[in-house]
Design a protein around this ligand. Structure first.
Ligand code: FES
Ligand code: FES
Length: 154
C-alpha cells in the first residue's frame, strides 16, 4: 500500500492506504479524527464535510491519492478551544438534536461564512441545503448561521 503524508489540522500526518481509499476513512480509521461522520457514503448527505484549502468538501468521495499539499481541516481543527463563532452560536441556540449531522453542518457553515460575511436568509438556506439532518433541526441551523455571521462581523 502506498504511503501518504497530508497536512491535517495544521500537522503533517503520515499513513498507508490503498489509492482509492476515501479521505473519510483515513480520518476516522487511521487518524482517530472521528468527529467527521459517515452518513451516506455517496456525497449526498454532508455528514462527512471537511475543509480542503478552506472549501467545504465531502470526504467520503475524496480519494487520498489525489491529495498532496492541501490544508485539510476537520471539526477537531476548526478552533483550538471550540469557541469558533459558529460553535458559540450553535451552543447558544442549542442546535443539535441527536448531533450526528452537526460537524458536517458546522464545517459547511464555516466555509460559507468565510466567503459571505453577511448572508441573507435565502443565501443561508441555499448554502446549507445539501446537508441533511434526519432530526430536522433546519430552523435552528439557519438561525445559528445568521447569529454566527453577526458575531463574526461585530
Ligand atoms: S457521508 Fe459523505 S456526503 Fe454523506
Ligand atoms: S441533529 Fe440528528 S441528524 Fe441532525
Amino acid at each position: 500500500m502506498p504511503n501518504y503524508t497530508l497536512q491535517i489540522n495544521g500537522e503533517k500526518k503520515s499513513f498507508t492506504a490503498d489509492e482509492d481509499t476515501p479521505l473519510l476513512w483515513v480520518l476516522r480509521d487511521e487518524l482517530n479524527l472521528v468527529g467527521t461522520k459517515f452518513g451516506c457514503g455517496i456525497a449526498q448527505c454532508g455528514a462527512c464535510t471537511v475543509h480542503i484549502d478552506g472549501v467545504a468538501t465531502r470526504s467520503c468521495q475524496m480519494q487520498v491519492s489525489i491529495l498532496s499539499d492541501e490544508n485539510i481541516t476537520t471539526i477537531e481543527g476548526l478552533s483550538a478551544d471550540g469557541k469558533h463563532p459558529i460553535q458559540e452560536a450553535w451552543k447558544e441556540l442549542d442546535v443539535p438534536q441527536c448531533g450526528y449531522c452537526q460537524s458536517g453542518q458546522i464545517m459547511t457553515a464555516s466555509a460559507f461564512l468565510s466567503e459571505n460575511k453577511n448572508p441573507s436568509e435565502e443565501e443561508i438556506r441555499q448554502a446549507m441545503h445539501g446537508n441533511i439532518c434526519r432530526c430536522a433541526s433546519y430552523n435552528r441551523i439557519e438561525k445559528a448561521v445568521k447569529l454566527a455571521s453577526e458575531k463574526m462581523s461585530s
